[in-house]
Design a binder for this molecule. Sequence first.
Ligand code: SF4
Length: 223
Amino acid sequence: MFRDLEEMNEILIKCEKCPRLVKFRVEVAKRKNRFFGEEYWSKPVPGYGDHNGNLLILGLAPAATGGNRTGRIFTGDKSAEFLVSCLYEAGFTNKSTSLRKDDGLFYYNTYVTAVVKCVPPNDKPTREEIENCFPYLEFEIDSMKNLRAVLVLGRIAFQSLKMYYRKKGVAMERDFVSGEFFNINNVRIYMHYHPSPRNVNTGRVNKEEFVNFLKKIREYLSE
Ligand code: SF4
């Protein structure tokens, strides 16, 4: 399919398989907000981090003023602010902020990506868009040769991982339960609500609990 991740990303950033998202990823740059007038990336957003690492963090999609603006996943928006500060406290990153591509952030032993690589309206990709984007995700997971754990952020990420294993002939007969984990083959699957502003503001995602959950993942990976 793709020779390597580099080749995949070269193809990915030119992808126009989803007409609705191709239109939307450009349109959001014209919205009046505190970033109005900035140059937006407005293309599919590749994964970031250590692709040879043991941990995959799987989110939903780039945020309108986050990945879609900065060109790096979980960068420059509220979800990124929360997630990366928690990852830093748990020892997964070298710094607590994720502001822009050239900010020097790196992830230890961890690769971060999203189910769909283009920002969807209202953070809701359609089934067809998820399926269109699936080959990229499939290749990213297939080529993580040292994978030992996956942290899925939210139900759509969980369903997409289920789709991945189903394609490999492995039934993932579990439901999404935030804060829990289970093993499938040699990989441990951790589930947590997505750290979206809504989940954080309503208290569904709590910083202390989330950091402790991440620390448990780190302990597992250190065994
Ligand atoms: S969401 Fe994925 S498949 Fe659809 S246009 Fe973007 S990169 Fe291509």
